[in-house]
Design a protein around this ligand. Structure first.
Ligand SMILES: Nc1ncnc2c1ncn2[C@@H]1O[C@H](COP(=O)(O)OP(=O)(O)OP(=O)(O)O)[C@@H](O)[C@H]1O
Ligand SMILES: [Mg+2]
Length: 505
């Protein structure tokens, strides 16, 4: 395109200039010939006046030094040829014999000739005329030269334009084409690691740098996207695991609920069955049985009712502690005092089984803030269990020691017995409602609700409770309570239904 435009412009310019020059040279030549004729007329006026032909011929011979004049013809007043000159190189341009002939030649002159006629005047008189014929073939030579120069200039300009075009193509078009190829390749392969190599600082360099910056941005976005995808996969994996764990816990809770319902219905059915049987039997046999038997029936019904009532209370207690928030009355208390009060309430049972209780209250300071009634409830159940699951004539050791829980001062209370013990794999399970250990589920125990209630109370006090099997005989059930809770009546949260041992001091 560049070459075509340049060629066109050069051609138009050269043609215009050449045409102008050609036209101009013809006009100049004509003027020059007319002037030469006028000068010749002036010079030959005297020769014609005095009919001096030699002088006239001499005057005309001067044109032998002028190659352009091929003939010079001098006519007198009658129009007859007075003197003539003919260039030796021109054979055809002879002087016409009279002025009329000269005018005829002038009219019919060809393109390679030029003619001029001038009168010879002396004042108003016309003495004759001069007729000049000029050979204009040198104009053709001149025109040929112009054409040659124009062609050379055009060729040079064309060559220069070609060189410039090649240079521009190499410097501009080639990198742009390469850029286009690269972008096409990237679009097909989606390989954004490719780069446009360029060390230039001009517009092309800027274009390449801009393209590379764009690719860098795409690569960065790609990386971020990949990272988001990976983290998303990781998150999905985590959530799936959490969901699986939640599902496992829900299934476990469901199993526990089923077991709870099975146990509770069994526990309710036993005393109810006794009450229904003995009241039916009492109604039927009231006329026949003696007073002693009737009293026994009522005693059985009463015992069963009491057991049922206890059971209902315990179930309500369990439900309460699983509700998460409970009203607690936190007051300054003395743990030794609470232990003594709980142990005292167990005396009849201890007496019955001839179990000895040993109090080892070693804590330096036994003061704490707690809900006294509920802690006594815990102690009573733990001591009651220990007596219940110990053989006659055995020994219980109750201890109270100072310790720490989560860096805070606390009291550690334990009840060690010499009974049947608890299998290690059941030391957590016995804190679930209605769960009894495999060594005691012979019906010797109670309903299996006591320890789950104890766990609720201890957790509400931010404490921990656990059971262990002794290395010798028996089991140890212990709990740890922080001593510095704030006093007052307030609702407290039962933190977890599970027994957690890892916070033990
Ligand atoms: N000191 C102990 N020695 C052996 N087993 C124990 C001891 N303490 C608790 N257990 C086991 O833990 C189970 C749950 O005790 P928990 O106090 O909750 O119920 P329970 O005593 O059977 O009935 P209750 O609701 O009347 O207290 C017991 O049935 C028993 O199997
Ligand atoms: Mg119990």
């Amino acid at each position: 395109m560049l070459v075509s435009v340049s060629l066109l412009s050069v051609l138009v310019t050269v043609l215009t200039i050449s045409t102008y020059l050609i036209l101009d040279i013809r006009t100049s030549k004509q003027q020059e010939l007319t002037l030469t004729a006028a000068v010749a007329a002036d010079r030959n006026r005297a020769a014609v006046s005095f009919l001096d032909k030699d002088r006239a011929r001499e005057n005309l011979n001067i044109y032998q030094h002028n190659d352009a004049i091929s003939s010079a013809c001098l006519y007198d007043s009658s129009g007859a040829l007075f003197a003539g000159y003919q260039s030796p190189s021109s054979v055809s341009d002879k002087c016409p014999s009279d002025a009329t002939g000269a005018r005829t030649v002038m009219r019919n002159i060809g393109s390679d000739r030029m003619a001029a006629v001038e009168p010879l005047r002396n004042g108003r008189d016309v003495l004759g005329s001069i007729f000049l014929i000029s050979d204009t073939r040198d104009i053709e030579t001149y025109i040929n030269k112009i054409i040659q120069i124009s062609a050379t200039v055009t060729a040079l300009v064309l060559a220069f334009t070609l060189l410039v075009s090649l240079y521009i193509q190499r410097r501009i078009s080639a990198p742009i084409l390469k850029l286009a190829e690269l972008s096409e390749q990237i679009a097909q392969t989606r390989d954004f690691s490719l780069d446009m190599k360029s060390s230039r600082n001009d517009e092309i360099g800027k274009l390449a740098h801009g393209f590379n910056a764009m690719l860098k941005e795409v690569r960065q976005r790609d990386m971020e996207l990949r990272y988001v995808n990976e983290t998303l996969e990781h998150k999905v994996l985590l959530r799936t695991r959490e969901l699986e764990e939640a599902k496992r816990l829900a299934e476990k809770a469901n199993e526990a609920k089923t077991e709870f319902l099975r146990n509770i219905s069994h526990e309710f059915r036993t005393p109810l069955h006794a009450m229904i049987s003995f009241s039916t039997y009492g109604i039927k046999e009231s006329d026949h049985v003696d007073q002693q038997a009737r009293t026994r029936y009522f005693q059985i019904i009463l015992k069963s009712s009491e057991r049922l009532s206890r059971l209902v209370d315990d179930v309500l207690d369990v439900a309460r502690y699983e509700e998460c928030t409970q009203q607690f009355n936190l007051r300054k208390s003395d743990m030794n005092d609470l232990i003594s009060r709980a142990a005292d309430s167990m005396r009849p049972l201890m007496k019955e089984k001839r179990v000895n209780i040993e109090l080892a209250l070693n804590a330096k300071a036994t003061q704490l803030v707690c809900d006294q009634d509920r802690i006594i409830q815990v102690l009573t159940n733990i001591i009651g269990n220990a007596i219940k699951f110990s053989p006659n004539n055995s020994r219980l050791v109750l201890t109270c020691d100072s310790t720490h829980i989560s860096g805070e001062p606390a009291l550690h209370i334990s009840c060690r017995d010499q009974g049947v013990g608890i299998p290690t794999y059941e030391t957590d399970a016995i804190f679930e409602p209605f769960r009894q250990s495999s060594t005691t589920n012979t019906g010797a125990g109670g309903t299996g609700l006591g320890l789950s209630i104890c766990r609720g109370i201890i957790h509400a006090h931010s404490g921990i409770i656990k059971a262990e099997n002794n290395s010798g005989a028996g089991a140890t059930v212990s709990f740890t309570l922080p001593t510095n809770l704030e006093e007052g009546a307030r609702k407290m949260t039962v933190t977890s239904k599970e027994v957690s041992h890892e916070h033990a001091a």
